[in-house]
Write a protein that binds this ligand. Sequence first.
Ligand code: ATP
Length: 326
Amino acid sequence: MAHIKTIGILTSGGDAPGMNAAIRAVTRSAIYNGFKVKGIYRGYRGLITNEIVDFKTQNVSNIIQQGGTILKTARCKEFTTPEGRKLAYEHMRNHEIDALVVIGGDGSLTGARIFAEEFDVPIVGLPGTIDNDLYGTDHTIGYDTALNTIMWCVDRIRDTASSHERLFFIEVMGRNAGFLAINGAIATGAEAAIIPEISTPEEQLDQLIQNGFRKSKNSSIVLVAESPRTGGAMALADRVKEKYPQYDTRVTILGHLQRGGSPTAQDRILASRLGAAAIDALIEGQRNVMIGDDDEKIVYVPFSKAIHKDKPVDPELVETLRRLSI
Ligand code: ATP
């Protein structure tokens, strides 16, 4: 697009490993194509508080391996108001930013969509969240690293669970999506995953017990997706203690451990490919799209679809876990 000279970049919402690799890819690819780049700190908040700086290739040196985001991130309430967004637009224009690349989850892309429509700004989004809950991309940036972290943690819990012959409920992140829980369970040989996508957590739990789970095993591990719909690991463990007191039950909540760490090769490569593709998309005149990866192919997914369409958990995964946990 001839009229785009300067591209602003920000990371928003929950941080995810690989965001730095994405910042690097966007910055380098933009400069390679002759654009100027401005880094916006603390997500949408930085647009409102005017924390905007020039970004050169050196600003993104030596960050591909770092977790977190060098641009920092934030949740910004002011940006959800028309006044906040107006101020954000004024600062953006004062810095002569013509287009934005927003890296974040569904909330961040929702904000991007509203902002783009209100002020006619070209915006391209990158799926940056460990939850993998954005429609139109096989994986989000950060998901693979979080999954590997979960695997590392659960392997260690298995050692103590089997020594004491305990039943462990391990809560993992995912918001309302069960991807981390189901794939984490398959990767660790867990006995079950309780996820919001199938039936009620009570039904899933009772079914597990009725199927004779634990059988000859000397430990059991159940991964629970953190969500109001599952009620979380603590509530499920309380239910087991009450209904099935014969089990020696424990709970571990992995929490923010899952957000940290150096990104895996897969996340670095995904972030690099999607980041470079974001600049191609702007050059092609694309706007209001999230860049996704569909079967190793770059795709442009309209924000409305990426945010609003539910991304289903493959029933084959649920069946595989069930079969392998006998
Ligand atoms: P994660 O999935 O990792 O939590 P996220 O991007 O979904 O990341 P949110 O906190 O939901 O995280 O959203 C990040 C920011 O996006 C919000 O703090 C807000 O500034 C902006 N945002 C979210 N929803 C809206 C909206 N409806 N209108 C304007 N801005 C929004």
